[in-house]
Design a protein around this ligand. Structure first.
Ligand code: DLL
Length: 446
């Protein structure tokens, strides 16, 4: 099969479920009904929600339509920590059939819960996501997201089975074996973090294999920010179409939103998860089309309702309808979180901007690390990036020229000149799950 055929977008497929295509008035009516029910469930079963609503002078009777959502209080990550482990559950433990947890960077994990019905909704939304990439029951899907407390593995797994496709539940790690299985099983789609997929591509090359010659045609990537430049790299290097899937444990896990064949923004499955954009400083709701913090409310979750959860993810809700025909709205690619911003000499920098700057220069590889140090009271930032052995040449002048090219490309985006150190391929640490590209040594030695 030629690479170009493998990558052709599948624009004609049978939606497995109609909620993606319902007329907007019908969707609003469903959202209104579900929100009223959710607010009552939260108020009657979760002390934190009851107290917050009472403090705002709101009762469940005030929530009649989806527009009333702005009357409800926000929920934040610290609320999950403060009520650890079971304080936000709205169902008795006997009705809860699964827990997941996310460790985060600090302190206690957050715990999330699902009833049987919640798991069924989760399977459904992930299956709708997969159908949106043109996948069907004829596909063989290798799921390389980690299985366990992380929602990625089991979340994708349920959706693959609901679609009726064949699940290969390899989980993360053991990269050489992953490549052999992919080849031997005739895998047609893979799900994992984008950083792990570039590692897989490299490893296959080291093994003398070319993934472009495999039947693999679709990649399902999420759990961490990635860029259009990364998409181009993965699509070219593996001969696939790469799709973005979004989600967070607090709401359900993967499958809150997902791209379609247009690859232009992620449709939010808003019959179950209602999106709003707010100004993160003031909390004011912003109209569609404006950028701000994504706030999500669950509309059907039984075990652990989330009312207006502040995700910290920065995006925009698109105003136009999508050529794919889905009526549910789309959010733009999430390129940053309000809490992964680095402040370097007063300038705000996001790792995704560095990724874009690096990958614009020919010969760079999508493996990089951001090293932060402090010298003489000033923040210093160095970017270490792997490069193709042949691009550097062997003269000092050519290495210097290359460094300057990358530094300039980054400066064009962030407005700051930083040090770039090219390193040989396979030098930087790889990640099997979510990658952390920032090494912050600014407070070392203090
Ligand atoms: O990462 C769930 C997931 C698993 C999503 C597999 C997609 C695929 P958490 O560990 O709770 O859940 O992390 C959620 O990861 O708030 C975003 O900041 C980030 N994130 C998730 N998907 C994307 C994406 C899972 N497609 C946090 N693009 C979220 C950018 C993403 N960031």
């Amino acid at each position: 099969m030629s690479t170009s055929n493998k990558r052709a977008p599948v624009t004609h497929f049978h939606p497995i479920s109609s909620p993606d295509y319902v007329p907007l008035e019908q969707l609003r009516e469903l959202q209104s009904r579900r929100l009223a029910h959710m607010a009552r469930r939260a108020y009657e079963n979760v002390p934190l929600y009851r107290e917050r609503m009472q403090a705002k002078g709101v009762t469940p009777d005030d929530i009649q339509s989806i527009d009333d959502i702005s009357k409800l209080p926000f929920t934040m990550k610290c609320d999950l920590r403060d009520t650890y482990p079971y304080g936000l559950f709205a169902s008795p433990l006997k009705d809860i059939v699964r827990l997941h947890a996310s460790s985060g960077t600090t302190g206690k994990p957050i715990v999330v819960a699902y009833t049987k019905e919640d798991l069924s909704v989760w399977d459904e939304v992930v299956a709708r996501a997969l159908a949106g990439y043109g996948l069907t029951k004829n596909d063989i899907i290798q799921n390389s997201f980690g299985y366990g407390l992380f929602t990625g593995g089991l979340g994708l797994h349920g959706g693959i089975e609901r679609l009726g496709a064949l699940a290969v539940p390899v989980s993360g790690g053991n990269t050489e074996r992953q490549i052999l299985l992919m080849k031997d099983f005739g895998v047609t789609a893979i799900s994992c973090t984008p950083s792990y997929f570039v590692h897989l591509i490299d490893k296959a090359q080291q093994m003398g294999l070319d993934i472009r010659e495999f039947p693999l045609r679709v990649g399902i990537f999420g759990a961490e920010p990635w860029t259009e430049a990364m998409r181009a790299h993965m699509e070219d290097a593996a001969g696939i179409r790469a799709y973005n899937i979004y989600g967070l444990s607090e709401i359900v896990g993967p499958g809150v939103g997902s791209e379609c064949w247009t690859q232009e923004g992620m449709h939010i499955f808003e019959d179950h998860f209602y999106p709003e954009i707010i100004n993160p400083q003031t909390g004011e709701t912003l109209p569609d089309g404006e950028e701000g913090e994504l706030v999500l409310s669950t509309l059907s979750k039984e075990a652990m309702p989330m009312l207006r959860y502040r995700t910290r993810d920065i995006t925009t809700i698109e105003r136009d309808t999508c050529p794919c025909g889905r009526t549910i709205r789309r959010i733009r690619r999430i390129s940053r979180r309000s809490d992964d911003m680095l402040i370097i000499r007063g300038v705000n920098v996001f790792p995704s901007q560095i990724e874009t700057g690096i990958l614009r220069v020919e010969g760079t590889l999508p493996h990089f690390q951001i090293l932060l140090t402090r010298s003489g009271g000033l923040d210093q930032m160095e970017v270490r990036v792997e490069v193709n052995a042949d691009v550097l040449g062997d003269t000092i002048a050519s290495i210097e020229g290359f460094k300057q090219k990358v530094a300039q490309s980054i400066e064009n985006i962030i407005g700051l000149h930083i040090r770039v150190t090219p390193v040989t391929p396979h030098t930087l640490k790889r990640s099997e799950g979510k990658i952390n590209r920032v090494v912050d040594l600014r407070n070392e030695g203090k």
